[in-house]
Design a protein around this ligand. Structure first.
Ligand SMILES: NC(=O)c1ccc[n+]([C@@H]2O[C@H](COP(=O)([O-])OP(=O)(O)OC[C@H]3O[C@@H](n4cnc5c(N)ncnc54)[C@H](OP(=O)(O)O)[C@@H]3O)[C@@H](O)[C@H]2O)c1
Length: 274
């Protein structure tokens, strides 16, 4: 049995689906089983990483776990997992831990990584850069106005499709060969926000315009849905965007195929933008 935490999220939902497709027995942890909407064959368990008492039941009979890094809650999960005999853990982290300049996002994930690497069970760490799925936040603007408002600083990232990230997670969950490794995972191309908006318009077959905001205007918009510390950390990282724009060869090497392009991701999500 494989336990997937964060199973209703962008990445975890894909991990669940790909494990099911591979014929694995899957248990999914969520705080709201009634809203999970996961495949029928999945055993959905109510649990909260912030409430360690809920974890022993979820971990019973589990050999490997995909661990969603709720800030400050990874040590509690590892404590319980060591007692219940978990044999393999795959931690979702972030490429920000590798950036030269200290940053808030990296610090949070470093804490999670330390809890996992300091434990006595085999681990694999996934360090993705930006998710393509972040751009689903543009869906409402695109549907309503055909305009995406974003910071016009030309910062580029090499975003990864959640299907590729999950595919690497599945390999690490099923194969001992990934133990003790930290994989840096990005998409295949560096793109600015304006370039991604152009690709979306081409794929959707209708005009989508990028409206440039100043950094101050962009910060105010981000504060509507993110904490100030995270927003400022993201803006600081954008200002030194070299590392964010790096393309990692790891997904192609690990998957034995090219990772999905942004255009392929957009085509897969066309209904979300229409
Ligand atoms: N977005 C990016 O560009 C990016 C880049 C690198 C790394 N990351 C990292 O990736 C993670 C986000 O992944 P995602 O987009 O897949 O997540 P998401 O779509 O935001 O979903 C969050 C998931 O976490 C679960 N969750 C939250 N609090 C929980 C708790 N206390 N106990 C149990 N489950 C809890 C939720 O489950 P329920 O609500 O069902 O309980 C849900 O499945 C973050 O750690 C982020 O730092 C993101």
């Amino acid at each position: 049995m494989i336990l997937v935490t964060g199973a209703t999220g962008n990445v975890g939902r894909q991990v669940v689906e790909q494990l099911v497709d591979a014929g694995e027995e899957v248990c999914a942890l969520t705080r709201r089983p009634d809203r999970a909407g996961l495949p029928d064959t999945v055993e959905v368990v109510r649990g909260d990483l912030a409430e360690p008492d809920t974890l022993p039941a979820a971990l019973r009979g589990v050999e490997a776990a995909f661990l969603f890094p709720v800030p400050g809650r990874v040590p509690g999960f590892i404590d319980v997992a060591e007692k219940t005999g978990l044999r393999r853990v795959v931690l979702l982290s972030a490429s920000a831990v590798t950036y030269e300049r200290p940053n808030a996002i990296g610090r949070v994930h470093q804490g999670a990584e330390q809890a996992v690497t300091g434990a006595g069970l085999p681990w694999t760490i996934l360090r993705p850069g930006a998710f393509m799925a972040n751009d689903l936040n543009w869906a409402r603007q695109i549907r309503a106005t055909g305009v995406v408002r974003g910071i016009g600083d030309g910062a580029a990232t090499a975003p990864i499709d959640e299907r590729d990230l999950a595919a690497v997670a599945v390999r690490a969950l099923l194969d001992d060969g990934h133990a003790g490794k930290a994989h840096l995972l990005t998409g295949p191309e560096a793109l600015t926000e304006a370039e991604r908006v152009r690709v979306l318009g081409e794929v959707l077959g209708r005009p989508v315009r990028f409206q440039e905001l100043s950094v101050e205007e962009g910060r105010a918009a981000m504060l509507a849905h993110l904490p100030a510390e995270v927003v400022d950390s993201m803006l600081a990282m954008r200002a030194e965007s070299k590392e964010m724009a790096e393309v990692s060869p790891a997904p192609a090497d690990l998957l034995g195929r090219a990772p999905y392009t942004y255009a392929e991701w957009a085509a897969h999500h066309a209904a979300d933008f229409s």
